[in-house]
Every structure is written in structure tokens, then in C-alpha cells.
Design a protein around this ligand. Sequence first.
Ligand code: SF4
Ligand code: SF4
Length: 110
Amino acid sequence: MGPVNPGAGAPPVLPANELESLRAEAQVMEEQLRAINERIAGFKGEARSPMLVAAVDREMCVACDVCTAVCPVGAIHVNDVAEVDPNKCTGCARCVTECPRGALSLHARS
Ligand code: SF4
Ligand code: SF4
């Protein structure tokens, strides 16, 4: 069933079951994109840096999601603020370059 239009001028409302279905579809696509980006990173020789990992300054982060979009391996998730999974991060620095707030930086792995 398509979107329900409650009236002229009002935005269309999606039925709850269709919304859930779209969310599930989006999640599958996210996983596929992550897998593709991991393969691309592998072809580019972007092997995991044994030395560096990204970290977030929680005071600076505005949860804009830019970093999640640019991270090639899906190492960042944003809830209230961005969080980096050090087990996935390859230290490529893309998030550091793209964050509009300067909230990300690379640090030596401990
Ligand atoms: S790009 Fe920067 S400000 Fe935006 S969510 Fe990521 S860390 Fe936060
Ligand atoms: S440095 Fe940033 S963009 Fe690169 S893998 Fe780590 S979290 Fe992702």
C-alpha cells in the first residue's frame, strides 16, 4: 500500500507497517554498503593502522551524522554523540577531515 495522503497540503503519512518495512530495508542496505566499503578499503590497501584510531570529543560533537556517512568501514554510530568502534576503525582519518566541528581526531592505540 502506498502512502496515505490525509489532505491537500499535508505531508503524506506512512502506515506503521510500511514504515517498519522501509526501516528494515534501509538496515539491509546499510549492511550491504558497509560490506562493499570494506571490500573497497581492502582493494585500496587501507589496511588497519596498527598505530592510530579515531576518537570523539563528546563536548564538540553535534550528532550531525557526517562522520557515519564518510567512514568506509562503518566504525561510527551516532546516538546522542558519535561513538567510534576501535575494533573496526582503520585509522584512515576520513572522519577527522570531514567533521564540521573538529570533534574527531586520531590517537595512538593503547
Ligand atoms: S561529523 Fe563530527 S559533529 Fe558530526 S556526528 Fe560526527 S563527530 Fe559529531
Ligand atoms: S578514522 Fe574515522 S573514517 Fe576512518 S575508519 Fe576510523 S572512524 Fe572510520
